[in-house]
Design a binder for this molecule. Structure first.
Ligand code: G3H
Ligand code: 13P
Ligand code: ZN
Length: 309
């Protein structure tokens, strides 16, 4: 039981044609819900922390909570920085004990993305930490950054090969049609599987990462809306597409929005049904269970990583 890198997890996932779930964490209940699911499912686990989560919770609280989760459950956990935007935040997380960092240089031109990623890789590797980078641009909202669909660009397979060779990065997030948040598709959901297959063929054995992979289950959107929410037009990535991606070299699948929906639907329902209740444990407790159920479902039925620890 320890903080571990994702190296072994990805090797096994690639060979076994499944994906490891990377779930975003912001507070104690979310961490507890996710690790309870991983323990129940006997699944490998990546917990990821965004810059927004660090700002919200204060970095030390999240790291100590993850350490507590490891001690409590006996699980190995990879602690990952999600969407690090510059060298400094990556360095800080490496120095803080994270075992994996993402440097997201996807908004920069190719050569700048390479130079920035290389700098992070050199520092992280010198401390035994692995690095994820991103090539291509996803649409959607993450923290304060909003990328319009017209500015999204799919990953070029030849550039991906050059990028991996020149940076020495350990995994690569690619853009094939997913996007962050709850509004991923206006019409029929489609992912560019041909592009994914080409990238996998050109980079055999190399772990790819899919961001923006929430499925935005209709029942949770409906539940939110039934209890006073207004989330019209939400649409996510169909789960069978994620299963297919996991069989085609995608070793890490990022999920945040679905956890937010599960937690929020549960709390909305609680307040409508118990208007005079004000003990936070009464709604955060069921919220934690809703997170656990959502994560266990993903591991077992979508990612295929149950019993792969
Ligand atoms: O991709 C972004 C994740 O959903 C984290 O979102 O930046 O609002 O914490 P956040
Ligand atoms: P979703 O918004 O689809 O959950 O994606 C999360 C993500 O990619 C975190 O990096
Ligand atoms: Zn992301």
């Amino acid at each position: 039981m320890a903080l571990v890198t994702s190296q072994e997890m990805f090797k096994k996932a690639y060979e076994g044609k499944y994906a490891v779930g990377a779930f975003n964490v912001n507070n104690m209940e979310i961490i507890q819900g996710i690790v309870e699911a991983a323990k129940q499912e006997n699944a490998p686990l990546i917990l990821q922390v965004s810059a927004g989560a660090r700002k919200y919770a204060n970095p030390i609280y999240l790291r100590k909570l993850v350490e507590a989760a490891i001690e409590d459950t006996g699980l190995d956990i990879c602690l990952h920085l999600d969407h690090g935007e510059d060298f400094e935040i990556c360095k800080q997380c490496v120095d803080d004990g994270f075992t994996s960092v993402m440097i997201d240089g996807s908004k920069y031109p190719f050569e700048e993305n390479i130079a920035l990623t290389k700098k992070v890789v050199e520092y992280a590797h010198s401390k035994g930490v692995v690095v994820e980078a991103e090539l291509g641009k996803l649409a959607g909202v993450e923290d304060a950054i909003k990328v319009k669909s017209k500015d999204a660009t799919y990953t070029d397979p030849d550039e991906a090969v050059e990028f991996v060779e020149r940076t020495g990065v350990d995994s690569l997030a690619i853009a094939i049609g997913t996007s962050h948040g709850a509004y991923k598709f206006k019409g029929e959901p489609t992912l560019d599987f041909e592009r994914l297959e080409t990238i996998t063929r050109l980079l055999p054995g190399f772990p790819l990462v899919l961001h923006g992979a929430s499925s935005v289950p209709a029942e949770f959107v409906q539940l939110c809306n039934k209890y006073g929410g207004q989330i019209p037009g939400a649409a996510g990535v169909p789960e069978e597409m994620l299963r297919r991606a996991a069989q085609l070299g995608v070793c890490k699948i990022n999920i945040d929005t679905d956890l937010r929906l599960a937690l929020t639907a549960c709390i909305r329902q609680f307040f409508v049904e118990h208007p005079s209740e004000f003990d936070p444990r009464k709604y955060l407790g069921p919220g934690r269970t809703a997170i656990k159920d959502m994560v266990a479902h993903k591991m077992r039925n979508v990612l295929g990583c149950s019993n792969k620890r």
